[in-house]
Design a protein around this ligand. Structure first.
Ligand code: SF4
Length: 64
């Protein structure tokens, strides 16, 4: 799995960091998403899919 984000369109909701904290974090300055891990391990895939599905701005893209 390859994860990409469009941080310019992120609305800083924090949903992704809540769902998959090992993969997504938020900037301490403005809350915008920070991608910690762009190739998460298999045990993270379900959480990453949940994060992508629940992102209110739909800016998380999964390859696979
Ligand atoms: S869930 Fe989407 S909008 Fe919210 S912080 Fe993550 S990437 Fe940004």
């Amino acid at each position: 799995m390859k994860v990409t984000i469009d941080a310019d369109r992120c609305v800083a909701s924090g949903m992704c960091a809540y769902s998959a904290p090992e993969v997504f974090d938020q900037s301490e300055e403005d809350g915008v998403v920070v991608l910690v891990q762009d190739s998460p391990s298999a045990d993270q895939h379900e959480a990453v899919r949940t994060a992508a599905r629940n992102c209110p701005a739909q800016v998380i893209t999964l390859d696979q």
